[in-house]
Design a protein around this ligand. Structure first.
Ligand SMILES: [Zn+2]
Length: 402
């Protein structure tokens, strides 16, 4: 298990032993020691840690929330899909205890926020012991039916967790700002409803934790492919996407260029700019390496998805600035920036193509600098790329891309 800060503590020890070699004669050394002791008693000496990229040891995969829930269900054939079964008191206690674990507490908090409905302890337990019941939008029946496939998926993810962590850290890490210290990017794998969510990064406040948490719903991941291998391959892209969000949340509050983009964001334009950067780069990480990416990311002329996303962005920017339009309408336009069908998410998708254009024209280091610089810098940088190529779509001037 990775412990917070272990990397820089180890390296700072190494540095101090190097320094010692340059110390002068023994008498001088004693004097220096006394001076150092006096200093250490009066002021805290700052540790000069080296900024580094996200590493595999920062990415922590925890499959036990999913496997613990699956363990309460019989293998296919004995319970089949025909729940409810006869439930023993020990099974009910196990289901209640499961609802109290950090991962399912976080899931319940997410469900409560999404569905505006609180799932009581007993209700969560009932959803587990009687999967055919739907409580507060939670229905485990699809998971119950697919339980053996989900078990196989969890086992495969467990056996590949080291290589997945390496791949995810590399994919997300090369776009993230450097940091002296990273807190763990935690993935909690759970079993939840179908058609609800596949992966989500929860804030520490919502998750009840000290760092952001990524929940992965394995029930939904079953829909990623026809077999376990295909599912794991697709999930790796999705996990890199979420790792970017989760790790960026750690850094952004310390970066000047992100100061005005912290939640809650008052300005609709700042909100869209944030989505374009945060979701845009996450989508680029997610989709840039998938099979068939060549047909989406077209070198010379923008393809239909790219053109549509920027057209929708222009329309949305006009609508949220229109003071005559109603509040609900403007809120809906803002939600569509990052919610709904993939190609309709005008903020996330225009941002994804902006990230692609920045990287292919100016290089990876420039895109990383744009992320570190914040949404305003990201849009300005894309603006320069688009200004140099008349075929590329422009970002509306109101968003600061001009
Ligand atoms: Zn995202």
């Amino acid at each position: 298990m990775h412990t917070i800060g272990s990397w820089w503590r180890a390296s700072s020890r190494g540095r101090s032993s190097l320094n010692r070699r340059r110390y002068p004669a023994p008498a001088g050394r004693a004097l220096l020691r006394a001076a150092a002791l006096l200093l250490s008693l009066t002021i805290a000496v700052p540790t000069a840690a080296i900024a580094r990229s996200l590493a595999a040891s920062d990415v922590v995969l925890d499959l036990s929330p999913a496997t613990d829930l699956l363990a309460t269900w019989p293998k296919a054939g004995t319970g089949t899909a025909d729940a409810p079964r006869r439930v023993r008191a020990a099974e009910r206690r196990a289901a209640l205890a499961l609802g109290q674990t950090p991962a399912y507490r976080a899931l319940r908090a997410f469900i409560a926020a999404e569905n505006r409905c609180t799932l009581a302890d007993a209700e969560f337990a009932r959803a587990v012991t009687h999967p055919d019941s739907t409580l507060c939008g939670l229905s485990l029946q699809p998971a119950y039916v697919d339980r053996d496939q989900i078990r196989a998926l969890a086992a495969e993810l467990h056996s590949y967790s080291d290589s997945l962590a390496i791949w995810i850290a590399a994919e997300a890490g090369r776009y993230l700002p450097m940091a002296e210290e990273w807190r763990p990017v935690r993935f909690w794998f759970v079993v939840s409803s179908r058609w609800s969510f596949d992966a989500v990064t929860l804030s520490p406040e919502l998750a009840g934790t000290t760092e952001p948490i990524v929940l992965i719903n394995l029930t939904e991941v079953i829909g990623y492919g026809a077999n376990t291998n295909e599912r794991v391959r697709t999930l790796a892209h999705v996990m890199a996407h979420e790792a970017f969000h989760s790790a960026l949340r750690q850094r952004e509050r310390l970066l000047v260029g992100w100061a005005k983009y912290q939640q809650p964001i008052r300005s609709p334009l700042d909100y869209i700019a944030r989505v374009m950067t945060d979701e845009g780069v996450a989508h680029w990480i997610d989709w840039g390496g998938r099979p068939g990416a060549d047909s989406i990311f077209t070198r010379s002329v923008p393809g239909p998805h790219e053109a549509k996303a920027f057209d929708q962005l222009a329309i949305a920017t006009r609508r949220v600035r229109d003071r005559d339009s109603d509040f609900e309408g403007r809120t809906e336009v803002l939600q569509m920036a990052s919610n709904g069908p993939l190609w309709s998410k005008y903020g996330a998708i225009s941002g994804m193509f902006a990230a692609y254009r920045i990287e292919s024209q100016l290089g990876l280091d420039s895109l990383r600098a744009a992320v570190t610089g914040g949404p305003s810098e990201f849009l300005k940088m894309y603006g320069r790329v688009a200004a140099a190529d008349t075929l590329l779509k422009r970002v509306p001037a109101a968003l600061g891309g001009g």
